[in-house]
Ligand binder design. Structure first.
Ligand SMILES: *Cc1c(COP(=O)(O)O)cnc(C)c1O
Length: 376
């Protein structure tokens, strides 16, 4: 928390307007929409809820296929299954680690020839960096397939100067506790289409018809954000730029201290935009470094320092066994070698140096076999 949140929360207490909805929610939606440059925004209980509603509005139903990045968190794909749909997992490219546009194009064209188009495509913007949206939008527009952006990890990022999450039919953001800003839990759905946001708003509020009595003509959900949490969100939104600056500083500090180690490669920043460096991610080549990413993770853990492997690809998850996957080798290699280092914005330089010292200790210079001993 930045401290600013308290002022807005104070307003909530003073007005006794805790829930549901209320003026803080309205203000948070308007301020968030302005911050990302989206015409309409809807505050929800989670990013997962935002994706679920977006898929309902895209018309996804039983048996429908939806293309999703395989390298992601399960919440990108779960809502497809809530609706009886089938995720088709697509591999990453190496420039941004996100959805590979060439594979998306190839898959859509193949499905078109087979006579069954996917009902939606979900590009995920991982670790604070936008996917390469233009070629994905081009092929999806050509076939009339809605693009639903999972921007849960990418608030504060840019793609060609604009916020990822605002390019597709709808975009989903998250304010879960681990994200760059948080309301403890919450999400936002954005769109340029007022009709979609109005409909999502109704579905998220138990689908009440406009009538004085309780009347329903479709199945609704209880997905709205409370007025209390929206107040927290307003305070958080004001420090977003500051958070991005600090995240990038932390990344640069790690790179300065570890970048020269053989076999350590930092997550690339694609030429099409700004990565927030939500998490500092590296890959470790065990041959060159002399230890695996798991050796590093365990060494950190022994010092009570938490780090995590990159997302385990969805096509390797037991729960998604049997789902179609297109490619997969890039995501698998990133999972095998990738590690997210501690990246909290409250970290000090001393904290970073403590992490770095442990990584250095696991490094074993690889002996190059000499001609004299090996050759004889
Ligand atoms: C966090 C996250 C979500 C889900 O957001 P919640 O607010 O936790 O429901 C979805 N997709 C990705 C990629 C995420 O990282």
């Amino acid at each position: 928390m930045s401290g600013l949140e308290q002022q807005f929360v104070q307003e909530v207490f003073a007005s006794n307007w805790i829930a549901p909805l209320g003026p803080q929610v309205d203000a948070f939606e308007a301020e968030f929409a302005a911050a990302v440059g989206a015409p309409y925004a809807l505050a929800l209980s989670s990013g997962t809820a935002a994706l679920h509603l977006a898929l309902i509005l895209a018309g996804v139903g039983p048996g429908d296929e939806v293309l999703v990045s395989t390298l992601t968190f399960s919440a990108s794909a779960n809502p497809v299954v809530y609706l009886g749909g089938r995720p088709v997992f697509i591999d990453s490219e190496r420039t941004s680690w996100n959805l590979d546009p060439a594979l998306v194009c190839e898959t859509i064209e193949r499905k078109a020839r087979q006579g069954k188009l996917p009902k939606a495509v979900i590009p995920v913007h991982l670790y604070g960096q936008s996917a390469d949206l233009d070629p994905i939008l081009e092929v999806c527009n050509r076939y009339g397939i809605p693009v639903i952006e999972d921007a849960a990890e990418a608030l504060g990022a840019t793609y060609k100067g604009r916020a990822p999450g605002t390019f597709g039919m709808m975009g989903a953001f998250s304010f879960n506790g681990n994200k760059i800003i948080t309301t403890s839990g919450g999400g936002m759905l954005v769109s340029a289409d007022k009709g979609l946001i109005d409909h999502a708003r109704k579905l998220a509020t138990q689908a009440r018809d406009p009538a004085p009595h309780y009347q329903h003509s479709e199945i609704g959900y209880n997905y709205r954000m409370s007025n209390l949490l929206a107040a927290v969100g307003r305070g958080q939104l004001r420090v977003l730029e500051e958070r991005v600056r600090r995240k990038r500083e932390i990344f640069d500090a790690y790179r300065g201290l570890l970048g020269d180690l053989p076999g350590i490669v930092f997550m690339p920043e694609a030429p099409w935009g700004r990565c927030t460096r939500w998490l500092t991610c590296i890959t470790v080549d065990p041959q060159a470094f002399g230890a695996t990413r798991e050796d590093i993770r365990l060494a950190l853990e022994a010092e009570n320092i938490e780090s995590r492997p990159l997302w385990k690809p969805m096509h390797l998850q037991p729960v998604f066994q049997g789902c179609e996957v297109v490619g997969g080798a890039v995501a698998e290699a990133l999972f095998r070698d990738g590690l997210c280092l501690p990246s909290g914005t409250a970290m000090t330089q001393a904290d970073i140096e403590r992490v770095v010292a442990v990584v250095w200790r696991t490094h074993h210079p690889v002996k190059t076999p000499s001609v004299e001993t090996d050759g004889l």
